[in-house]
Design a protein around this ligand. Structure first.
Ligand SMILES: NC(=O)c1ccc[n+]([C@@H]2O[C@H](COP(=O)([O-])OP(=O)(O)OC[C@H]3O[C@@H](n4cnc5c(N)ncnc54)[C@H](OP(=O)(O)O)[C@@H]3O)[C@@H](O)[C@H]2O)c1
Length: 331
């Protein structure tokens, strides 16, 4: 029945800002397959579902364990069928490698000379970012990356500009087609306002709606591509206990207070993903999973289109009634 539904309804394709790329409204986020160490067999099945159902966006990152290698392997011979988005930063070469040694010795020298300015500077050192991009190309087994994103550096780092120059040079060299920033709050806002990026990736879901007013309208005005990350709030409504991971506690706490009635019914996943897909200005929502059947379900939900207006408005109204000013976008 569900397969028949997908066969007659396709996932909507959307113009991705001013990039000229067309993206599927639903994308696949590949963090979990790296962190949860999904097998090659599972990754092959997930990539198969993505390509079969019309999902053409795969989002990964250098720091998602071996996610890039897994995607590169699963896509062999099919690279042309999808857009590869990845991220640089937050990932350094091993201390034992020539690149790692060189980078760390250079940093030591700059510290001795008083030229290194803050704790972030090794991760966001232009040399480290250039190394990241070159290594991503190898791991993904590709000659080009469709979108390279700075992986949530601070606003201060963005303002120094040299990290942006690395991306611009990689674009000039043909290694990447487009450049973007992924992150939240004031840093994401600055990334949009500075006018240098073609895309932004922000957290948006039923438990994280700050970006709907703070960043998405601004990004729309600038004609940027907008990606929604963590689009189903990590499914935390299903967790009976408060999660141990700090990363997930905030959403779990918020969902306890929001008490959305729709989370009690069997269509909770469908409503959650279609809420995110229905936000004006979002072009693609990248759902994460280690389960091919879950991705197929989301593809079926996405193919049914926007959420009923009344239900969308009720979720927005509930958020506005309950959210406190410190419920800001979560990385
Ligand atoms: N700073 C950044 O740039 C940043 C930060 C966070 C995320 N991201 C991007 O956003 C992507 C998505 O984020 P995310 O994976 O953290 O959050 P998410 O997509 O909101 O949630 C993923 C979680 O939901 C579960 N799930 C998904 N579909 C399900 C279903 N039908 N039934 C039951 N459980 C289901 C998954 O478990 P199963 O494996 O069991 O399906 C997984 O634990 C990431 O992969 C990454 O690409 C970027």
């Amino acid at each position: 029945m569900a397969a028949r539904r997908l066969a007659c309804m396709a996932i909507e394709m959307r113009q991705f800002g001013r990039t000229g790329m067309r993206v599927s409204a639903l994308g696949f986020g590949a963090a979990e397959i790296g962190f949860e160490n999904a097998s090659d067999h599972v990754v092959d099945a997930i990539v198969g579902v993505a390509l079969d159902t019309g999902i053409n966006v795969i989002d990964t990152a250098a720091m998602y364990s071996d996610s890039e290698e897994k995607i590169g392997r699963a896509l062999r011979g099919r690279r042309q069928q999808c857009l590869l988005f990845t991220k640089c930063g937050r990932f350094l070469p091993s201390r034992l490698s020539a690149a790692g040694l060189h980078l760390r010795l250079g940093m030591k020298l700059r510290q001795i000379l008083g030229k290194a300015d803050n704790a972030e500077s090794l991760t966001w050192d232009p040399r480290a970012l250039r190394w990241n991009i070159d290594e991503s190309l190898v791991r993904l087994r590709t000659d080009w990356i469709d979108l390279i994103q700075l992986h949530s550096c601070s606003e201060d780092t963005l303002r120094r500009g040299e990290v942006i120059e690395v991306l611009q040079r990689a674009r000039q060299a043909g290694k990447v087609r487009h450049i973007g920033y992924t992150g939240d709050g004031p840093a994401a806002r600055y990334a949009i306002q500075c006018g240098q990026f073609e895309a932004v990736q922000v957290s948006i879901n039923i438990a994280d709606q700050d970006a709907i007013d703070l960043t998405v309208p601004l990004a729309q005005q600038q004609c940027m591509g907008v990606i929604a990350k963590r689009p189903i709030a990590n499914a935390l409504w299903r967790s009976p206990q408060r999660p141990e991971s700090i990363h997930n506690q905030t959403y779990w706490d918020r969902l306890q207070e929001l008490r959305y009635d729709f989370l009690q019914d069997e269509r909770a996943f469908e409503t959650a993903i279609r809420f995110t897909l229905s936000i004006p200005g979002i072009q693609t929502a990248i759902v994460g999973t280690t389960n091919p059947a879950h991705l197929r379900h989301h593809a079926e939900f996405a193919a049914t289109g926007a959420l009923d207006r009344h239900q969308f408005d009720r979720i927005r109204a509930r958020w506005k009634a309950v959210a406190s000013p410190d419920w800001v976008g979560q990385m």
